[in-house]
Design a protein around this ligand. Sequence first.
Ligand SMILES: [Mn+2]
Length: 356
Amino acid sequence: MKMTFRWFGANSDPVSLQQIRQIPGMTGVMGFLDYKEAGEVWTREEIGAYVKEIQNAGLECEVIESVNVHEDIKMGLPTRDRYIQNYITTIRNLAEFGVKVIVYNFMPVFDWLRTDLHRMNPADGSYSMYYDERELQGVDPLELVRNTINNANGFSLPGWEPNRLAELEETLNRYKNIAADDLRANYKYFLDAVIPVCEECGIVMACHSDDPAWNIFGLPRIAHSAEDFEKIVQLHDSPSNAICICTGSLGSDPKNDLPAIIRHFGKMNRVGCAHVRNIKHFNEREFCETAHLSSEGDIDMYEVMKAIYETCPDIYIRPDHGRMVWGEEGRPGYGLYDRAMGACYLSGIWESLQKG
Ligand SMILES: [Mn+2]
């Protein structure tokens, strides 16, 4: 297991590489070029400078997150081939600088969604992200994006930049004619093009699960259960076609048996990496993100780590969304303190598994 930390880059992450380096057990970051839009080529110069900065801080950059798949690829539009070629160029460029795993998702339109980014826990005064499906009732997605842009409430819709609002209405209309199987067919087209390149240059593509783990706004979503992942790994049969286990997003549906899912795909050598965090449910489709400890949420972290230890012990792991504690202000979910505590806790479980 290699313990890593998500880092958004010097210009947009208040957490510094030196702070990350000082967290015990930390080997590297899961990196991201925050200024790149979906469909763009990540150039050798850009990647080289970014990786060098990380290595100069004594950390590795073997995992890259959010090389976003252009919407035209997901919708299967004729323009997709151009964007797929760009994606392939980016894969080759990343491989050249030692990247081993690319985390991405195939979610239509919206990346992860929360209805409150800054909900105080009255028990201890910490803040964390919150989701309550009831707050989405009667809200249409366009209104939600407008509210987000106006910062009128706590909603966050990463993956949809405000400057693309004009396209959104058209895109949402197009998706009305795209069923889950159509989306899967478009996904296969993408994988058939990129996976042979990944095999050639030693990269594993790790598909992140839908967050939350169900459909939103009637859009098709195809990555939120063991059955979904089974179909995904079969779309193109290769060790380079893998998944990213995200315990918080998969675990938002209590029906998902996380240790069983990890064991199943771990034994198949199809787990590319893992985001490990905890959540607590209040009602159906209402949950908050908690500290990482098993005792703080509904996910049994020992069983999660044990499943990793026994079936895919060589993967990259990172603590995922944490709370805001000790007065820290920063990017919701990505503060320093709580994620650092999470990393130490997960490393502690790992040591007990190794010695036990
Ligand atoms: Mn995640």
